[in-house]
Write a protein that binds this ligand. Structure first.
Ligand SMILES: *Cc1c(COP(=O)(O)O)cnc(C)c1O
Length: 485
């Protein structure tokens, strides 16, 4: 034990253990609890002091597999409707294992021609999949948050350039505040990107016409006119998590063109609406943006961590992310350079491989079918909600998210928030299905998102049953508590 050199021949045996565990885990995924609170104590088996000796390869891997398969949140399964989380398609999962097998550093061509060439293909396929012009480029990132960082770093560089400053080299000192304009849908992740880039997360000027956050295009346009030609950045949101709604991207693009502003669109999951003629109208105008942030680990159903930034002028990536040359590194213009100079990270996983594999396996048609099936399932859930006397839908369903609340007959409005909040907690403890709460238009509500390739109508019927079951229990205990007072 101890030195891994003595364990070389354990590699295949350890991988075989993983494969042996994979079968039962994947088979159980459709029916098991999303979260089994009875298994939680097992997490203690991973705690304790750093081992001095080490238990050896097989013992460590076996412990991890035992605890991991018991305590994992089954977010890769069909009944996880919280947040927006995809699963892993068969091809993406196998390709992700391949990434670890090959252990490439997707930093520069000199570290991996395979990773570099595959990233170029994967980005081109993603671009083509969502219907963007061939001259667009991009970079793969760890997440949509880092894709927001990428797009907004380009915006920052562009904006500083308009003020005669190279922000990459010299930072923001001496510059005015960068005007950042958006609607009420601007995601916290875009704010986090602004915070990381030194603009501050509160810098966003929000123009919304209601409590839901719908964009007030006229007000945003007036603000751009007031800025009188000063360069500004607009953030559009394509697919907001409460209801799946979109900012009117074509209107934003029009304003950006009129006022020579930078248009960044956060399209983490909404970008895939472009795949179906039924929903493509939502993304109209996306092709007029300057930068787009999106996720592969959501609706593309690729394992974590996988996001991507697509940009209209790819030559800007090197200007924003080029690094001062250490003598041993290729310079940004060196043919041995690569994506490590075109995005926020340097050493990185070959995350292009699962994207490549899943697109190679299922193609445009397969993904269009997946998006359309999920929209049909959302419509099915909306119909079940509409038909149920104790459920109330709160919003339209443009895509794959259904926003509704539990509302038993006779319960007063002022009691509903507390009942729905408790219901949300009860759902997470119960574990049969997972859905979280939000506040929509002033009301506490559930907002299940359908983005897992395994999900079927049965899973949504179960969601309705569980919500009604737990909802009636919560309502009963609320009434009992009220009667006691
Ligand atoms: C999920 C999401 C993000 C953040 O994505 P991560 O991959 O978690 O970083 C950003 N914007 C929107 C609209 C999202 O739905």
């Amino acid at each position: 034990m101890g030195d891994p050199l003595h364990e070389q021949d354990m590699t295949l045996a350890a991988l075989q253990r993983v494969l042996d565990a994979a079968g039962p885990y994947l088979d159980a995924l459709p029916d098991r609890l999303v979260w089994d609170s009875a298994a939680e104590p097992q997490l203690r088996d991973l705690a304790g002091a750093l081992p001095e000796q080490g238990a050896g390869t097989l013992a460590a891997v076996e412990t991890l597999l035992r605890v991991g398969t018991a305590t994992a949140t089954a977010s890769a399964g069909p009944r996880f409707f919280h947040f927006v989380i995809g699963g892993s398609t068969p091809a993406a999962l196998a390709a992700d294992w391949t990434v670890s097998l090959l252990d490439q550093n997707a930093f520069v061509r000199a570290s991996s021609r395979l990773a570099d060439a595959t990233e170029t293909v994967a980005l081109d396929w993603l671009r083509d999949l969502v219907g963007l012009p061939a001259q667009w480029g991009g970079a793969l990132t760890a997440s949509a948050t880092f894709a927001n960082v990428t797009g907004l770093a380009l915006a920052t560089h562009w904006w500083a350039e308009r003020h005669g400053v190279d922000a990459t080299a010299n930072g923001l000192a001496g510059l005015p505040r960068m005007p950042v304009l958006g609607g009420g849908y601007v995601h916290p992740s875009a704010r986090k990107a602004l915070q990381l880039l030194g603009h501050g997360r509160d810098t966003v000027e929000v123009f919304s016409r209601d409590d839901v956050g719908r964009l007030d295009v006229e007000a945003l346009g007036r603000r751009l006119r007031d800025l009188d030609g000063a360069p500004a950045v607009i953030i559009g949101t394509a697919g907001e998590p409460n209801t799946g709604d979109f900012d009117p991207l074509a209107d934003l693009a029009e304003l950006a063109e009129q006022h020579a502003a930078w248009l960044h669109v956060d399209a983490a999951f909404g970008i895939f609406a472009a795949l179906s003629p039924r929903t493509a109208h939502l993304t109209a105008g996306l092709e007029r943006a300057d930068s787009i942030a999106a996720d592969a680990h959501k609706w593309l159903n690729v394992p974590y961590e996988s996001g991507f930034a697509l940009v209209r002028q790819p030559e800007r990536l090197g200007r924003a992310f080029g690094m001062p040359g250490a003598a041993y590194l290729p310079g940004p213009d060196d043919p041995r350079g690569g994506y490590g100079f075109l995005g926020p990270e340097s050493s990185r996983r070959a995350r292009a491989l699962p994207i490549w594999a899943t697109l190679a396996a299922y193609g445009r048609t397969g993904y269009r079918a997946l998006v359309e099936r999920h929209c049909d399932l959302a419509a099915h859930l909306a119909a079940r909600v509409d038909a149920a006397p104790d459920l109330e839908r709160l919003a339209d369903v443009p895509l794959n998210v259904v926003c509704f609340r539990y509302r038993p007959v006779g319960m007063a409005e002022h009691e509903l928030d507390s009942v729905n909040r408790q219901l949300g907690e009860a759902l997470l403890d119960d574990g049969r299905v997972y859905a979280g709460t939000t506040v929509y238009d002033g009301h506490v509500a559930l907002r299940p998102a359908i983005s897992n390739w395994r999900t079927t109508a049965d899973d949504l019927d179960l969601l309705v049953d569980v919500v009604q079951d737990l909802g009636s229990r919560v309502a009963r205990s609320q009434r009992a508590a009220a009667a006691d007072r």
